[in-house]
Design a binder for this molecule. Structure first.
Ligand code: B12
Length: 212
């Protein structure tokens, strides 16, 4: 359908207003909400993720596309919730205690939402207990933690230890990321997964929740 391709193309170009207009027009025309999400927004965001991974586009383009995705999702979210679209699962996402960097975390949130996950974003400077409390309250099976500072990355370990102490390690999986984080650090602290960028974070979340 041309409308859906147009939505995807405008998302790739980062045209947030146009994406909003096209989505509203598609809704008014009676095109299914899930079709608009899957064949419009998600197709577009998948292309953006792939281009970013291959370094064909860079952060500014991704941020514009992310903004367009957010504009589109805001229109679709209430309709999706009202028809009870099956979510891929809930992910609690936050930046660890002492750290206020959130650009990367927000990108991960948009990509996860775009891929059909329900994201509970608990913000920045988040203590270990808050991650666990949110996961328990929401029944989330995955916690995603972001850190960009050498002084705060250790707080990821604190959350994992607290999960262990609460007897929840394994039941609630952990996925970590942020420019300073590496796979070997993830292995060292016992995180279940690591991803270097937002597109790979989606693949990792699917893998950890047994969806891939
Ligand atoms: C923007 C920025 C800031 C902004 C943050 C604004 C915001 N709202 O986020 C501000 C100005 C507030 C800031 C403050 C500070 N900053 Co700063 N900041 C940066 C900068 C320039 C860019 C970070 C960024 O957004 N990158 C872009 C995003 C998209 O990349 P990303 O976060 O890595 O995310 C990607 C992946 O890592 C991954 N990912 C991220 N999170 C997650 C989570 C999961 C679960 C997964 C799977 C994947 C994943 O996916 C993302 C998308 O692909 C970096 C330099 C750099 N080049 O990294 C310094 C940098 C991180 N900052 C640094 C420092 C030192 C500070 C300050 C201490 C400075 C000061 N003296 O006050 C303070 C600390 C404040 C605090 N307590 O947190 C240092 C850290 C050095 C270190 N190794 O510890 C850096 C590296 C700069 C430098 N070279 O010195 N900073």
């Amino acid at each position: 359908m041309d409308e859906l391709k147009e939505i995807a193309d405008n998302l790739i170009e980062g045209e947030a207003d146009k994406v909003g207009e096209l989505i509203q027009a598609a809704i008014d025309k009676g095109i299914g909400v899930e079709k608009i999400l899957n064949e419009g927004l998600i197709v577009g965001m998948t292309v953006v993720g792939q281009q970013f991974k291959k370094e064909e586009i860079f952060l500014p383009e991704v941020l514009f596309a992310a903004r367009a995705m957010k504009a589109g999702l805001e229109l679709l979210e209430p309709l999706l919730l009202s028809i009870g679209t099956a979510s891929k699962g809930k992910v609690v996402l936050g930046t660890v205690k002492g750290d206020v960097h959130d650009i990367g975390k927000n990108l991960v949130a948009v990509m996860l939402k775009g891929a059909g996950f329900e994201v509970i974003d608990i913000g920045v400077d988040t203590p270990a207990e808050r991650f666990i409390e949110a996961a328990r309250e929401q029944g989330a099976r995955l916690i995603g933690m972001s850190a960009l500072l050498g002084t705060t990355m250790q707080n990821m370990q604190t959350t994992i230890t607290a999960l262990e102490e609460a007897g929840l390690k394994g039941q609630i999986k952990t996925m970590i990321g942020g420019a300073i984080v590496t796979q070997s650090f993830a292995d060292k602290i016992g995180a279940d997964g690591y991803a270097p960028d937002a597109a790979s974070a989606v693949d990792k979340a699917k893998e950890l929740l047994g969806l891939s």
